[in-house]
Write a protein that binds this ligand. Structure first.
Ligand code: DGT
Ligand code: CA
Ligand code: CA
Ligand code: ZN
Length: 580
């Protein structure tokens, strides 16, 4: 049991207690414990039997230490089980709906014994919620839409969650004698923003036919497996504790390339590729590219030789969606797409001045370590009160501090002044122009009032871009993957105007956002927009997440020259909209 899981159990217990109308002091003690567990670097499961060591963790008292010990020993704790027995496990799903907190769940339970999303959907359909306190028409409509979004998203997982699972599993598998290579395939390899399941291919001498039994048994013994779905001669499918499905396939080295090609997909790419093979007198399967007439193998060991035999160039997995890549590869006209190493800076990050965890200086050092030539420090503005957003006075103070750090870095990296300023409901920016005009990088973002009509939201964003201080439009649709749909927006109109005004549009690489998405990025390129990619880091470690955004740029076939922050410092500044 790892710390994030323990933290989740504690936080869920707090939610359950609150639904149950528990004592607020007690509820808070569970929440505080969940936060400490989330923060601590000590592996709790490893020290759980040592009460004295548990008590040294802030927020953990005697009672909580006993709960932690119960969790480490049994995977749960009595209070949680008691409450789950009373309300049912599905009650926790209700909390995943937008705007739904424990208090509202308690209300739904008291009024109509609603304890699951299905029951809530049913009650809405039967118009049983009308008349309940805090359940006006607007609120009910919001819930109805939230349920739709939720149902669409269940069963998929964010790319970073899949990536983490793949990394952990690879590390485990590579310890087995005779397993030499592990590669993610499927949607993860293609860099899709979410994955339905995780496909892992494994090869090495241990994967030769007739010898796979031991390796298959080893796969099935992976400690994080929740339940095994199917186990065959060269395949194991299972669920992890977070319910992510994993398909592991063991392949002999001589057909590894064919398997990698097949299981990388996409399905549409494979169908088109198979048609091309047929026309050439070949058949393409997960085992080989073979001749139709005598079945002899043409190519199988590597992807490169398969594509070559089909008279095509090899192409990056991100391009394999049957969106023109087959023709381009056949005519040797694939563009050189952007890669991580092309980037020279990161333009969106937060510090302890608002809701970040690190100082300006720490962010600068971390960016320097990544080899960047420049960064911008862009904390929130005052409209984001819960993040301690900057007002005019503090923003000026922040400019001074950034200058200080910039000087201290002695030219090793340039630290731009900046802000992520809120776009207010009417499209005005949250800070005075005189202050904004003093910043290098002004990112304007929508963080509130998402439920506007498409026309109103479009006008709002347009107005924010008209302000001459705006240099970048931050996370343009405000979506949170699997949690919040993009707000309604005339994206083409916004991008067209952004191109005219030379306002750059942001690809926000945070794996919960990845906004702009690949489709919008393609449109932005077509319309001649300036595009930047940034992490929106709230922690030095988040700077590495740039990679998730790069994959979206690659899926959109962007070249280095389509992205501003591939430019060196001077050229980058010159390419931005001129400062007012
Ligand atoms: P996902 O898991 O929904 O995010 O998407 P994928 O692309 O990972 O799909 P998945 O896991 O069902 O299958 C992995 C790859 O295997 C898929 O991209 C292409 C290949 N594949 C699976 N089923 C078929 C099929 O029926 N026909 C063909 N041509 N390829 C298939
Ligand atoms: Ca998959
Ligand atoms: Ca699969
Ligand atoms: Zn933001």
């Amino acid at each position: 049991m790892d710390n994030p899981t323990i933290a989740r159990l504690l936080a869920e217990t707090a939610d359950l207690l609150e639904i149950d109308g528990g004592d607020s002091f007690r509820i808070r003690s569970y929440r505080r414990a969940a936060e400490s567990v989330e923060q601590t670097t000590v592996d709790l499961a490893a020290i759980a039997t040592d009460t004295a060591q548990l008590l040294e963790i802030p927020g953990i008292g005697k009672g909580m230490a006993a709960h932690l010990q119960a969790i480490a020993a049994t995977g749960t704790m009595p209070l949680r089980e008691e409450l789950l027995a009373k309300y049912g496990a599905s009650v926790l799903d209700l909390l995943k709906l937008p705007g739904m907190g424990p208090k509202t769940v308690a209300l739904l339970w008291d009024a109509a014994k609603i304890a699951s999303i299905d029951q809530l959907a049913h009650a809405i359909e039967k118009k049983q919620l009308a008349g309940l306190p805090r359940m006006g028409d607007k609120q009910i409509e919001k819930l109805r839409k939230g349920i739709e979004d939720y149902r669409r998203s269940v069963g998929r997982f964010r790319i970073d969650i899949a990536e983490e699972a793949a990394a952990k599993l690879s590390k485990y598998l590579l310890k087995f004698d005779g397993i030499h290579k592990v590669s993610p395939a499927g949607s993860l390899r293609r860099g899709r923003e979410t994955v339905g399941d995780l496909d892992l291919l494994v090869t090495g001498p241990a994967c030769l036919p007739e010898h796979t039994a031991a390796a298959v048994a080893y796969v099935a013994a992976f400690p994080d497996i929740h339940d095994i779905i199917a186990q065959g001669e060269n395949k194991v499918s299972f669920h992890l504790a977070n319910s992510l499905q994993v398909d592991v396939r063991l392949l002999p080295p001589e057909s590894y390339g064919a398997a990698l090609q097949y299981f990388t997909g996409s399905k549409a790419h494979n169908v088109a590729l198979r048609q091309r093979a047929l026309k050439m007198g070949y058949t393409l399967s997960e085992w080989a590219l073979a001749r139709l007439d005598d079945g002899s193998t043409v190519a199988a060991a590597t992807e490169e030789e398969i594509y070559k035999a089909l008279r095509m160039d090899w192409m990056p997995p991100e391009m394999r969606e049957n969106l023109g890549e087959i023709e381009a590869a056949a005519h040797h006209k694939l563009p050189r797409i952007i890669e991580l190493a092309d980037l020279r800076g990161d333009l969106h990050m937060h510090t302890t001045a608002t809701d970040g965890r690190n100082s300006i200086h720490e962010m600068a050092e971390a960016a320097l370590e990544r080899g960047y030539q420049y960064i911008a420090i862009t904390d929130h503005s005052k409209n984001m009160a819960m993040t301690n957003g900057l007002d005019e006075k503090r923003a000026l103070e922040q400019i001074r501090r950034i200058h200080e750090v910039d000087k201290r870095m002695e030219g090793r990296i340039r630290v731009f002044t900046g802000i992520e300023v809120d776009i207010l409901a009417d499209g005005k920016l949250d800070l005075d122009d005189e202050v904004l005009a003093q910043m290098d990088i002004v990112i304007a973002s929508v963080h509130t009032r998402f439920e506007m009509s498409r026309d109103d939201m479009t006008a709002r964003v347009m107005r924010a871009m008209e302000n001459p201080c705006t240099r970048i439009l931050g996370h343009p649709t405000g979506r949170l993957l699997l949690r919040r749909e993009p707000f309604a927006l005339d994206m083409a109109a916004v991008l067209r105007r952004a191109a005219e005004l030379r306002v750059a549009v942001e690809q926000n690489a945070a794996p919960e956002r990845l906004d702009l998405c690949d489709r919008d990025l393609r449109l932005a390129k077509e319309l001649g927009c300036n595009i930047v990619i940034s992490t929106d880091a709230h922690d030095t470690r988040h700077l590495a997440k740039i990679e998730y955004g790069v994959r979206q740029l690659r899926r959109a076939w962007l070249a280095p020259e389509n992205v501003l922050n591939t430019l060196g410092t001077k050229k980058f500044l010159a390419a931005l909209r001129p400062r007012p």
